[in-house]
Design a protein around this ligand. Structure first.
Ligand SMILES: [Zn+2]
Length: 264
């Protein structure tokens, strides 16, 4: 599932393959279009040149010297260049044919997410919704101020895109496991030290994961590697992991490393 570090990788890929190039033609599967018909998307893009794209949380905003397309990768989306794969794939939903003949494709098996067209920056907010500061760029003081104002459980807060944007289910579990905090821990019960650790772990995990491209073995996803296996144990202490639905999502935690706190 694409989360912030994955979309950061797609942003870099977009810079490498598309920035500075003009759109020669566009092929799109209309079932991924969310706010404009095929003809409008084609007419808006053809002849325009891509500029620096922008990532906001899990959104990629691909600006041209005119309009922009907004891509959301849902559960299974990613970008593929024709330099790496000459043939189109049946799960390709968009192909941007660029002036040097290269094609940049948006592939998405399950078609969650999709493509939106905007004509200027003022339209972006209405589509991406109210996003909190990006989890990779939020400052320590802003993060701690938000945590102090927040009610409810910790995992729900991390996954709330209006709290901080970019963290999803897998990384929320990873951050909480590394910070040794229980996913249902009430946010107001965190100590100053726990708030500092939470911020530091979130920052280091997302930075390390975003800096690495394809070498998943080097990524700080210890829990992700053991998720879903039978008899899963904590990669740190060997205790069998717990699994339950927290904040609406399947959640793993270590009952030894992440004890449930007493009621505050
Ligand atoms: Zn443990």
């Amino acid at each position: 599932v694409p989360e912030l570090p994955d979309v950061e990788g797609f942003r870099r890929s977009f810079v490498e393959h598309a920035v500075g190039r003009a759109v020669r033609s566009v092929w799109v599967d209309p079932t991924i279009l969310r706010n404009a018909p095929e003809d409008a998307v084609r007419a808006a893009l053809i002849g325009h040149r891509f500029e620096e794209p922008e990532r906001r949380g899990k959104w990629l905003i691909c600006w041209t010297d005119g309009p922009a397309i907004l891509l959301h990768f849902g559960m299974t989306g990613h970008l593929v260049s024709s330099r790496d794969e000459p043939e189109r794939h049946r799960w390709d939903r968009l192909a941007l044919v660029l002036d040097d003949g290269e094609e940049l494709r948006y592939r998405n098996m399950r078609k969650l997410g999709g493509l939106w067209l905007v004509h200027d920056a003022s339209e972006v907010g209405g589509i991406v919704g109210r996003l909190g500061p990006d989890a990779l760029r939020v400052t320590r003081s802003d993060f701690e101020r938000r945590v102090r104002r927040r009610r409810g459980g910790l995992k729900a807060a991390l996954m709330d895109q209006s709290f901080v944007s970019g963290v999803g289910n897998i990384f929320a579990d990873e951050i909480l496991w590394q910070a040794r905090l229980h996913p249902r821990r009430p946010v107001p019960s965190l100590s100053d030290e726990e708030r500092r650790v939470l911020f530091a772990r979130m920052r280091s995990i997302l930075r390390r994961a975003s800096a690495v491209d394809d070498d998943h073995a080097a990524q700080p996803r210890w829990l992700a590697r053991v998720r879903g296996r039978p008899d899963t144990t904590c990669p740190r202490c060997g205790t069998p992991l717990r699994r339950a639905t927290v904040a609406g999502r399947t959640t793993y935690w270590c009952p030894a490393c992440q004890p449930e706190a007493e009621e505050s």
